[in-house]
Design a protein around this ligand. Structure first.
Ligand SMILES: [Zn+2]
Length: 454
């Protein structure tokens, strides 16, 4: 058995990394990793925000089966648990925030959180704290038996958390022209870090932009993107330190390293800002996927066909040598570049997307695991925002998703049939979300608001 180091960087768009073709030098360490492994160029998250995306990653289930659409829910079990147990692997996690403890309680090993945060008052060198804690864990547990360690970095999630000198690398030339109010909201100064009004204002600001009640001017947007890139580079350095530490511990030869993101981020490409809203365009759901397997000669290989994170954990466990796992398109692709994979799916709260080859369908569909009133509100909101129209795009000819082909009846029927079949397929075992007590739910919701996740 090999080990697995599963690194997930929050909110990281692949097209903002050098190894995926970005022109700013945001990712020297991830670029080096990609050059010695496999890069997945069309890897979809299973959802467009954190809670369902991670639950799907760890269970191999789509959200209509695990039903986890917020941080107050949790999956009861994982179909991958049996294979994990019989593999003898030690599972653990080192994460930025403690909400993962609740989210992954029934489906993963012990989770060590590096912050116990209330408000925005946590340190700005959080990624390096994650690295240090992960290396401590590896030093303590990395040699006695095979492990799968999950490491979560906060990445370029807003509010941006990085020291001034690191932010300046890309953002300094743009700061002067950016709206000072927006700068204060998204990159709060130390004296405003624990300010409730600032938090509320940040969410209101994002909502107002998404509802077109507030215009985000070009100069400010350029500063936001530069800040995002600076945060990517800052996190890349922390990941580089972790990989160097893995090497120093002598674990590189026995450890599969996977670097993923949980979802992307919108910069007004389709009128939206941030993530977790209605949209399921590529800037939101296409994720980073870099896998370095010391047992595989594939160096600098790129997989351009669609793959899904729903298959990721099973594929990694299989690469590590675990048995009793379901065969997936992803592990077949890793073994055979000519394999032709099936469609992939992404479940947002209000919409669902399907990709088959280069064709992508997006349709409004408030998730049935949500209560009726919430779903009704979603239909109303989508109507008010004029977001009800189904869409079909040809991602090969139109990667920016600007020409809606839904008028093509044959195409529409083919994609609708694929979606219908996906939704009708039964879950692979007894499942369901668990409801928490009202007090516990309130506590977690407050924490999520504090962190900028709600
Ligand atoms: Zn996230």
């Amino acid at each position: 058995m090999k080990n697995i180091l599963l690194i997930v960087i929050d909110t990281l768009r692949p097209d903002h990394l050098g190894c995926y073709g970005y022109d700013r030098p945001t990712s020297p360490h991830l670029d080096t990793l990609a050059a010695s492994g496999t890069r997945l160029d069309a890897l979809w998250s299973v959802s467009n925000f954190t809670a369902p995306a991670f639950t799907s990653l760890f269970t191999g289930l789509h959200p209509h089966h695990h039903g986890v659409f917020n941080f107050t829910a949790q999956a009861l079990s994982s179909p991958l648990q049996g294979a994990l147990d019989s593999s003898g692997m030690r599972t653990a996690g080192v994460v930025t925030f403690r909400f993962f403890r609740n989210l992954l309680k029934n489906i993963w090993g012990p989770i060590e959180a590096v912050t116990d945060t209330r408000g925005f008052d946590f340190s700005k060198n959080l990624p390096f704290d994650v690295t240090t804690s992960s290396l401590d864990w590896l030093e303590k547990h990395g040699r006695d038996r095979p492990f799968c360690l999950f490491v979560h970095y906060d990445g370029p999630h807003t509010p941006f958390r990085l020291p001034d000198e690191d932010a300046d690398v890309f953002a300094a030339p743009f700061a002067g022209a950016a709206d000072p109010a927006v700068r204060d909201l998204l990159f709060p100064r130390a004296e405003k870090l624990d300010n409730d009004r600032n938090k509320t204002s940040m969410y209101r600001f994002m909502k107002d932009v998404n509802w077109s009640r507030r215009r985000l001017d070009e100069a400010t947007l350029r500063w936001i993107v530069a800040m995002y890139d600076a945060a990517v580079r800052y996190n890349d350095r922390a990941v580089g330190e972790l990989l160097a530490g893995l090497d120093q511990l002598g674990l590189t030869d026995r450890t599969i390293v996977a670097v993923l993101s949980d979802h992307g981020e919108e910069f007004l490409e389709h009128g939206g800002f941030a993530h977790g809203g209605v949209h399921l365009y590529e800037e939101i759901i296409r994720t980073v996927g870099i896998i370095r397997d010391p047992g595989q000669p594939a160096r600098g290989r790129a997989v351009s066909v669609p793959t899904s994170q729903v298959d990721m954990l099973a594929a990694l466990l299989k690469l590590a040598g675990a048995e009793g796992l379901p065969g997936t398109d992803l592990d077949r692709l890793l073994a055979d570049p000519d394999h032709r994979p099936g469609p992939v799916f992404c479940h947002g709260k209000s919409k669902i997307a399907v990709r088959d080859g280069d064709t992508k369908l997006i349709v409004p569909r408030p998730n049935p695991s949500l209560d009726r009133v919430t779903r009704l509100k979603m239909w109303i909101n989508m109507a008010l925002m004029r977001k009800l129209r189904p869409e079909i795009f040809d991602l090969a000819a139109d990667p920016r998703e600007t020409r809606n082909l839904y008028g093509d009846r044959a195409l529409r029927r083919r994609m609708r049939d694929i979606l219908r079949e996906h939704l009708a397929a039964p879950p692979p075992g007894p499942l369901g979300g668990e409801n928490l007590s009202a007090a516990e739910r309130a506590r977690i919701e407050q924490e999520m608001r504090d962190l900028g996740y709600m």
